[in-house]
Design a protein around this ligand. Sequence first.
Ligand code: SAM
Length: 331
Amino acid sequence: MLHVDAYSRPISYLRISVTDRCNLRCVYCMPPEGVAWMPHEAILTYEEIVEVVRAAAELGISKVRLTGGEPLVRLDIEELVRGISQVPGIDDLAVTTNGILLPRHAAQLAEAGLHRVNISLDSLRPERYESITRGGHLEDVLEGMEAARRAGLDPIKINTVVIRGVNDDEVVDLARKTMEEGWHLRFIELMPVGGGDLIGDRWLDRVVTAEEIREEVESAVGRLEPAKISVGNGPARYYRLPGAQGTLGFITPISEHFCYRCNRMRLTADGQLRPCLLSDDEIDLRTPLRAGAGVEELKGLLLQGVERKPRSHHLAESLSPRRRTMSQIGA
Ligand code: SAM
């Protein structure tokens, strides 16, 4: 049975970070020196994660997304996908990835039961991509997208964090990809989460709002008409450019928060349940799991998470740095 929280929001979605490690060092996500990795023994095993998913599914959670860090750097990730895909009640299983390792994994992930992927891509220019990610190669991501397409992972959504003075001059080129190549692209407003160089006192100056992007795209390309996307019930609002096969979405945590329709909780790689991405409140699932907690006890803890979901975040008002970076929470 689907559970609703104190603000009448049905909670149907669990995002699971499978590792805090990443093969990139995006400037807005991680500090240049990196972050201290969680010790291996702190990270949930695949059996432990599947146990949590089993409990979640019994509470009516039907959608699971694996994230990180970079989920595809964790060894034998396909085995976790296989385990989760076999849990009764899970009908939407997705991964958020930077795409670099998709050429190696896409076919096996699809075969193991993965439905779809979101791929993060912040620039179409190779040198800029390399500088934003501190060392990544654009070509690898494009090959990853192609591998995902060949493997039948569908839809493929592309996520772009737009940052003033970094990649905001590419929004029109990116938007055109929805017409030229049928991309399902989402522009995301920069959040003050994480230890990246750009998340300091001047963070708000770096935020480019959806409204600004929309105006620029409409004046360069054409009117955006509201659109629907076949799969997913996340926070994006979708539009379509004239004649485009693909869609353009906006995720607006800053200019128009979408907490009132939040349907999710998060599990960190070290087994902490976070009712809200932007609150440091956490419920420890790892200790009970390792003390032999079964599905019933886990359901009780997950329900506490549902009950502890705050009404909304206060990002635009508070600039206090968060305890964990995005790569450590799993976004
Ligand atoms: N490594 C995977 C990836 O690159 O998609 C999954 C983890 S990454 C933390 C998930 C998403 O969070 C990426 O799309 C990334 O761009 C986004 N992200 C990270 N830090 C962010 C921030 N400060 N504001 C907005 N989005 C952020």
